[in-house]
Ligand binder design. Sequence first.
Ligand code: G3P
Ligand code: MG
Length: 255
Amino acid sequence: MGAPNSAAVTAANWPYPRHIAHRGAGKLAPENTLAAFRLGASFGYRMFEFDVKLSADGKPVLMHDATLDRTTSGAGRVDALNLCELAQLDAGAWHSPGYAGEPVPTLAAIARYTQANGLYSNIEIKPVPGRETQTGAAVALDAQSLWRGAAVPPLLSSFSEEALAAARDAVPELPRALLVDVLPPDWLARAQALGCVALDANYRVLDAQVIAAAHAAGLKVLSYTVNEPERAAQLLGWGLDGLITDAVDAIAPAG
Ligand code: G3P
Ligand code: MG
């Protein structure tokens, strides 16, 4: 059992806040850094979505892209460097001078920060191409260990069904959400086959009917990346359970 003090997360026992900060604080701070989490928390956000992949030596780190070029001082594939090498990189200077020197966080650092501050986590498993199974299993096992004894476990999500299957096989009790950018006709069967508790969809493919169908099947519904307050209100009015946003300064978290 991975998190012995946690009650199982189900649609009927859903512990997560409705508002979720995307990559920490969206675009206001360097994405997927601890600095971004701190800024998101300063706007009242209590749950955070972030992207995790593996270093060359198999350690989970926060990084969106498969390569280091856009968001760090490094270059090339993330999984070409080991954890010690990734620790030398600057993951903040690209954003603005005030964040220069910000490191690439490990999943362990984020686990400590979020739990110490009573914050909730949505770990998006985002493997570099070709490492789907390894990443899904490694992230789930690390999350199991890092959140052991936590009142609420992290929600795992992924666009990679291979990664979700590996996470399920490694640590079945950690809750999972199927991420989709377009809605396949068999979305419900896919989510159910992976034992998911939620569908996490691009807001452009959601409407009241899809949300109602998911609810009727016992799934919660999350959506990304909703940055317009009017659209956020519409989605929440349709019964959306989790709204992932960059606009932490424009969309006030509640509930
Ligand atoms: O997890 C939802 C969202 O983050 C998926 O898109 O590209 O921002 O990781 P992306
Ligand atoms: Mg993401």
